[in-house]
Design a protein. Structure first.
Length: 436
């Protein structure tokens, strides 16, 4: 099935390299940085700073042709890690405002160089994957304490109820900015363009509220109008990242005790997910985000549940249910171009509109790796193939319509066509090629 694409490996490499190269910061910005990174997309001028999980995906692509750049991209994420105060250890979801003369974000986030929010933690996972191709032990060793600090921060600041599931305090931290999963919390009652436009403003207002409460999740839990969610997918990703960190600890010669402690922390997250977030109904598995301090299980169905396989958070039977749903003949998730983040039968599904039911290739990658975790090799391969077809159809768009394969829109405006993280298809192709 993948023969043709595998035979085109060199062309795919060139295409992905071109997209990433075109998204390097301008020369004067590069000159002011400690390490290079890649902008998510330069073509509309909005995505110039560095974004946390985007850079992890960029590194996973770069490792196939420019591992030095992959290492730079990851090291750059720690330049603005918080090194003092209550939030010591946090890695910001956006950084390098000053170098980009980004006054809008400096004002919004009240800091010259970084936001006070984070994003799904994938850095250890990406570092380990880069290390497989370019074993730079010194770099890995220097990243290790920073990664530990980051995960310690999550436990210290973002798990007020101590159940091993961390909380996000803003939709931006999920990476799924405008998804239906957050509608109830964000006061969206119907998907009209007015409400969606207002949603953008609400996200900005929420930043002010978070500052008022000193970014303290525990305090925000009790504040009217705040955002307080334990998301299923972010926690699953975190379990995988802790596991990757344990492997890094082993690689750089940390004690067995240290390695085991990290493995236990990963396992504690998994067990909490199993205990609190999974429901099976009529042969279908649902994963719930826990909303608010009372942990309401009200989130609508979404592709986040497939990411539980990425974190190895389901048993074999449950994984089979997830796999079946992805492969169903006519399915809410098995659209012509899979996988829509919101299933096609959700009343407010909109395949064209930002996070309201689109395909995001970074999400496809997480599901692809999850399927592989459970031995679903041919299903993973099919998803890789479909993802490559989507790029052939429309280019490396930020996101796509799952029915037509066309470029997505945000409030009527087309999304960028050369978004860096969509080059993650190269990592799927490279892995398929290696196992061919
Ligand atoms: C959007 C996405 C987010 C991503 C960012 C940069 O805000 O929702 O997940 O990290 O763009 O690409």
């Amino acid at each position: 099935m993948m023969r043709k694409q595998i035979d085109n490996w060199e062309q795919w490499k060139t295409r992905c390299r071109r997209v990433l190269e075109a998204n390097l910061p301008d020369r004067d910005v590069l000159g002011r940085l400690n390490y290079r990174y890649t902008c998510p997309a330069k073509e509309k001028g909005h995505y110039l700073p560095q974004w946390l999980w985007d850079s992890c995906f960029h590194a996973l692509t770069y490792r196939w042709f420019e591992p030095d750049m992959a290492w730079d991209e990851l090291q750059s994420l720690f330049v603005h890690q918080v090194f003092e105060g209550d939030d010591k250890g946090m890695v910001p979801h956006m950084a390098h405002f000053a170098e980009n003369h980004d006054e809008v974000d400096q004002l919004l986030f009240r800091h010259p160089n970084r936001s006070m929010l984070t994003q799904p933690p994938l850095i250890a996972i990406a570092a380990l994957a880069v290390y497989e191709k370019a074993p730079a032990r010194t770099i890995l060793t220097s990243m290790y304490p920073k990664l530990k600090l980051y995960h310690d921060w999550f436990d210290r600041r973002r798990d007020p109820d101590g159940d091993h599931l961390v909380t996000i305090i803003h939709p931006w931290e999920s990476g799924w900015d405008a998804a239906q999963r957050w509608d109830e919390m964000m006061g969206v009652t119907e998907t009209t363009s007015t409400q969606l436009a207002a949603l953008g403003d609400k996200r900005k207002k929420l930043v002010e509220l978070i500052f008022e409460h000193h970014c303290d999740a525990n305090a925000l839990a009790r504040v009217n109008g705040s955002f307080f969610v334990e998301p299923a997918d972010l926690n699953a990703i975190r379990a995988a990242d802790l596991e990757a960190l344990a492997r890094i600890a082993q690689e750089i010669g940390q004690s067995d005790q240290e390695q085991n402690e990290l493995k236990l922390r990963a396992e504690a997250v998994r067990q909490a997910i199993r205990k609190k977030m999974i429901r099976i109904d009529n042969g279908r598995l649902y994963a719930h985000d826990l909303i608010g301090p009372d942990e309401k299980e009200t989130s609508p169905d979404s592709a986040a549940k497939f990411i539980l396989m990425f974190g190895k958070c389901v048993n074999e039977d449950e994984a089979q249910l997830l796999r079946n749903e992805l492969e169903e003949e006519v399915s809410r998730f098995n659209t012509k171009y899979p996988i829509p983040t919101t299933p096609a039968d959700n009343a407010s599904f909109d395949g064209g509109e930002y996070w309201r039911g689109n395909v995001w290739l970074a999400i496809n990658w997480l599901v692809y790796r999850g399927l592989q975790n459970y031995g679903f090799a041919s299903e993973a391969q099919r998803l890789a193939q479909k993802s490559l077809e989507l790029v052939d159809h429309s280019g490396f768009c930020e996101f796509y319509n799952p029915i037509t394969g066309d470029r997505g829109k945000r409030l009527g405006k087309l999304c960028p066509q050369n978004q860096s993280w969509s080059t993650i298809v190269l990592d799927m192709l490279g892995r398929e090629r290696d196992s061919d």
